[in-house]
Design a protein around this ligand. Structure first.
Ligand code: ATP
Ligand code: MG
Ligand code: MG
Length: 587
């Protein structure tokens, strides 16, 4: 394997490890320590990272970057990466999303329940601890219950240029705050009527430090805890606690959380002072999220595409979800190559979609066996090909290599007979300049077969070519002595009519026609490419009838195709075009 390129996060970890920052100290939440929630973690790892998706949608290609980063760091530094469902926000979360995220992480090559510990966690399992942490803040004068309306709170928060104003509830006594907070928990107050806020500094230049809300009243059913709670922690409060309880050492997130880092540190220090957590505390580091041209990587927009039926579902092969990419025939190895190639940085930028496609091509070029497929069939008749005594065409074996770069994969047999399917575009009655394929009086090689000479064509009433005729040169069969005695410039592929598998193939193109969908004041939906899928009936070599779901092939001269994992049935696979051989979008 290629060693992952160095980046600023790796440099930080190397420094931390050289200073023995995480191996010897006592951890927060040690098993058996009553003050702390026991998460069952034992100290075997040198570092701990986590991938913390909220189960409120399917994972997309941006998440793949984060998965390879976090799981990759843990692997390379003798650590452990936790898959943590950040499920503290009941309304938008569901089991379907939990399952799809688990599938995607596994498919990308990472798991849990490996080695000696289970590295699968649910943030909602810490609700009890989070509640205790909130009471601890109150007891130590670091939090208060605010009964201002949402509007008042927003106005009093101030602006970038103007300090905020203290809430009239800010100086309540500890006893009053505790009583109110317990009433919130016990369902005595309406949704939205009050919140618990951290008491920090309403004049802080960082608006996130102006007494952020940390608990709210919300009567909502939770997929894990059911109706046990009617108050829920805010993300900014919950996340640092989750990291600390799981003894995460390096909490890696995207740049938009940079302004939250002071609160992350503030909160963990206050809880450590209160005796609820112990050093060393986790540290947050930010990296640039992946922005990819020609797609949208936002759960909100992906949900809209699915719910408004612009695509067939979360796993539509045109979607940049992991589930969609998988159906499209993209591979985990291709994503790995992509994330290595784009690297990790602290500066936001756009990555060209063609870089991702190139990575998929490179991996498939190495891994995928070759097969023959005629996507736009027209008949070619070899008029001098011998018939049997019963008047039927004879047939013979031709030998096609399974992989030109891997001779060890051998050759397979394809049948040649009198009637073949060839590509419509491989014949031109009046050839344009530089056209070296079939044309009246012209000669080409039938790949892995004979040289043939075109003798003419038949047309329908509208002048469309329906059948092409030719004669073969019997001494020119590929792989036989003297086969190259006749030199030809063109080489075309074909499938015997009597030995073909007629199959549905979906030709996918980009879902958006603009590099930056929705840029400016446009609605991103207006940039949808209306011709992003074309379903065609093709003639394939017979062996493709046995393709297993998710098996990938290079269809010679066309590109990479995969047997669809959803719509294929045994003996009747349908194929999705993963990517063409060359980039058709380059301008
Ligand atoms: P969205 O903004 O689309 O709703 P999210 O960031 O809310 O996505 P989460 O489920 O919270 O989605 O993300 C889990 C992890 O994946 C987070 O640590 C987040 O930083 C990371 N992540 C999300 N989108 C990207 C991206 N485009 N590039 C890199 N990492 C990402
Ligand atoms: Mg999120
Ligand atoms: Mg986000």
């Amino acid at each position: 394997p290629i060693p992952a390129a160095s980046n600023f996060i790796r440099a930080i970890i190397e420094k931390d490890l050289s200073q023995n920052k995480y191996v010897t100290k006592k951890w927060a939440g040690s098993p058996g320590d009553a003050a702390h929630q026991d998460t069952g973690i034992v100290d075997t790892a040198k570092i701990r990272t986590r991938f913390p998706p909220e189960p409120n949608g399917y994972l997309h290609i941006g998440h793949a970057k984060s998965i390879f980063l976090n799981f990759g760091l843990a692997r390379d530094f003798d650590g452990i990466c936790h898959l943590r469902f950040d499920d503290t926000n009941p309304e938008k979360e569901s089991q379907e999303y939990v399952d799809s995220i688990s599938d995607a992480v596994k498919w990308l090559g990472f798991g849990w329940d490996n080695a000696n510990e289970t590295n699968l966690y649910f943030a909602s399992n810490y609700f009890d601890f989070m509640y205790r942490a909130a009471e601890s803040l109150i007891e130590n004068g670091h939090a208060y219950v605010d009964e201002q309306s949402a509007d008042e709170m927003r106005i009093n928060r101030g602006t970038l240029t103007e300090a905020g104003k203290d809430s009239p509830f800010r100086n309540r006594t500890v006893a009053e705050n505790l009583a109110r907070f317990r009433e919130m928990r016990d369902g005595k107050h309406a949704d939205g009527s009050m919140v618990l806020r951290a008491k920090i500094d309403m004049a802080s230049p960082n608006i996130n430090m102006r007494d952020p809300a940390i608990y709210r009243v919300r009567r909502a059913h939770h997929h894990n805890t059911g109706d046990q709670w009617c108050i829920y922690p805010m993300y900014t409060f919950a996340h640092p606690i989750e990291d600390a309880l799981e003894r995460i050492t390096h909490s890696i997130c995207t740049l938009e959380f940079e302004d939250q880092r002071p609160f992350y540190d503030w909160l963990l220090l206050r809880l450590a002072e209160g005796g609820l957590l112990a050093e060393p505390l986790p540290k947050q580091y930010e990296f640039a999220r992946l922005n990819l041209t020609y797609v949208v990587l936002s759960k909100r927009k992906l949900i809209q595409l699915v719910e408004e039926k612009h695509v067939s579902g979360w796993d539509d092969p045109r979607l940049p979800t992991i589930a969609g990419a998988r159906r499209r025939g993209y591979t985990a190895a291709g994503f790995k190559l992509f994330t290595d190639r784009i690297g990790v940085s602290k500066a936001d930028s756009w990555i060209e979609y063609s870089i991702l496609e190139d990575c998929m091509r490179e991996v498939l070029n190495t891994d995928a066996e070759r097969r023959i497929a005629v996507l736009d069939p027209i008949k070619l008749v070899i008029d001098n090909y011998p018939l049997d005594s019963d008047g039927k065409s004879q047939s013979e074996d031709c030998f096609a290599p399974n992989h030109p770069l891997k001779p060890e994969l051998g050759k397979r047999t394809v049948q040649l007979s009198k009637e073949l399917w060839i590509e419509r575009e491989d014949f031109m009655e009046t050839p344009s300049k530089g056209f070296f394929r079939l044309t009246p009086e012209g000669m080409v090689r039938l790949r892995y077969g004979y040289v043939v000479k075109c003798t003419g064509c038949e047309k329908d009433a509208d002048g469309n070519v329906t059948v092409v005729h030719c004669e073969y040169l019997p001494d020119t069969k590929s792989g036989t002595p003297g086969s190259d005695s006749v030199k030809v410039k063109g080489n075309i592929h074909w499938v015997s009519v009597a030995h073909a598998y007629e199959a549905e193939v979906r030709l996918y193109d980009r879902l958006f026609k603009e590099a930056h969908p929705g840029e400016g004041d446009k609605d991103f939906l207006d940039d949808i490419n209306q011709n992003s899928v074309q379903v065609i009936t093709t003639q394939l070599e017979l062996s493709l009838k046995d393709a297993k779901p998710e098996e990938s092939f290079q269809f010679e001269r066309h590109g990479y195709f995969v047997a669809d994992r959803k719509d294929s049935v045994a003996g009747k696979p349908v194929f999705n075009r993963t990517v063409t051989l060359k980039d058709a979008w380059q301008k």
